[in-house]
Design a protein around this ligand. Structure first.
Ligand code: NDP
Ligand code: X2W
Length: 344
């Protein structure tokens, strides 16, 4: 099979990572690549690591340019994808790396994003219970946010097994700076970020909070509320998330708790519950679609503690997007995603 694939937002971090993975996909031919302020530039000036595409010229991001492809990736700022997607043929597989189509609740969207809701598409986190069935054959995919990917992979097994209380869930994450996008942000410039860490979006206001609650509530079968705090870490890539939740039965055998996670991910090729006693490090998964996690029961306070690492640009965006594309098209799920982490 040869799929003709267009990538919009190709000058940005997410679009660049989509292209990096697609270059390793045996069934993909890269068609149009588009941008906004950088349209007309050669890709090599903006994404110098993508040697094979260095001479390709970025076009404007219009429905006309993106039409005529089998698959279109949208890696655009919030709000830009809804309008473009609505103009693309229904039989084109459109994969939105942005947030526009992730939330089921229009009121949650309006509260956290402050704009009209564009609609809801099948959610591109295949490891959620029953999610692959929703992705097979679909022509629209909403790629999860990077923090929600790490948070949901951390706690969904516990909610799905009925082990966790729906209230008092606490998620604390640290992200590499590429999570904020390529556009110049003064607070991300070296002197502000190096040798220190600081939280932002504190107090239940970060827009990924309702996305996490949506995934947890679906798994638990009851409404789940979350307190989420993100932190910026002085590294280009990677997310480490520590998630804690109260156990419904404080006296439950810790081995039974662990078993819920081990069973949930037993058949997953990208999610690894580490051997007991080994804790994740963001370096384990850099540049790869893999996820590493570890858990412990804090019996003194009756909580489970789960720490999960992902690469925000790979499993957290482009890798999850390519994995979901493969499922939607009935391809082997790992195509284009054979990279392994970097060490040391
Ligand atoms: N970075 C990450 O870890 C993650 C990002 N995402 C999502 O992916 C999307 C892209 O993010 P990211 O790559 O980080 O951001 P960047 O700022 O790095 O890139 C943004 C891209 O969008 C283009 N663009 C900007 N404005 C417009 C517009 N009005 N119309 C069309 N194109 C436009 C830019 O083109 P130009 O350079 O020519 O101006 C650029 O190609 C966002 O929705 C983001 O939320 C999702 C998960 C994680
Ligand atoms: C470090 C950093 O700034 N991260 C981004 C999230 C990146 C992401 O997942 O983005 P979308 O939901 O926008 O697709 C943030 O907190 O806004």
């Amino acid at each position: 099979m040869s799929l003709r694939v267009a990538v919009s937002g190709a000058s940005g971090y997410a679009g660049g990572e989509v292209l990096r993975l697609l270059l390793q996909h045996p069934d993909v031919e890269i068609g149009a690549i588009t941008a906004h302020s950088n349209a007309g530039q050669k890709l090599g000036t903006l994404q110098p690591h993508l040697f094979a595409l260095a001479d390709r010229v970025l076009e404007d991001t219009t429905a006309e340019v993106l039409s005529g492809h089998d698959v279109v990736f949208l890696a655009l700022p919030h709000g830009a994808s809804g309008e473009i997607a609505a103009q693309l043929p229904e039989n084109t597989l459109v994969i939105d790396a942005g947030a526009d189509h992730r939330l089921e609740s229009a009121s949650a969207w309006e509260q956290f994003y402050g704009s009209p809701h564009a609609g809801t598409w099948p959610y591109g986190l295949p490891e959620l219970p029953g999610q692959r069935e929703k992705l097979r054959g679909t022509t629209r995919i909403a790629v999860p946010g990077c923090y929600p990917t790490s948070a949901q992979l951390s706690l969904v097994p516990g909610f799905a097994a009925g082990l966790l209380e729906p209230e008092d869930v606490v998620i604390v994450s640290a992200s590499g700076t590429s999570g904020a996008g390529k556009s110049l942000k003064t607070h991300l410039m070296g002197s502000e970020v190096m040798n220190g860490m600081s939280p932002y979006g504190v107090g239940g206001v970060h827009r990924h909070t309702p996305e996490m609650e949506q995934g947890f509530s679906a798994a638990a079968g009851e409404p789940v509320t979350v307190s989420f705090t993100p932190t910026l870490a002085p590294m280009p890539r990677g997310i480490i998330t520590t998630a804690t939740a109260r156990l419904k039965d404080k006296t439950v055998d810790p081995a039974r708790v662990r078993q819920a996670w081990v069973e949930a991910y037993a058949d997953e090729q990208f999610v690894h519950v580490l051997p007991e006693g080994q804790w994740p490090n963001t370096k384990m998964v850099l540049g790869s679609n893999h996820v590493a996690l570890q858990l412990a029961v804090d019996s003194r306070v009756g909580r489970v503690v789960v720490t999960t690492v992902i690469d925000n640009l790979t499993k957290g965006t482009a890798g999850g997007a390519v994995q979901s594309m493969n499922i939607a098209l009935g391809l082997e799920e790992t195509l284009g995603l054979n990279g392994v982490g970097l060490a040391p």
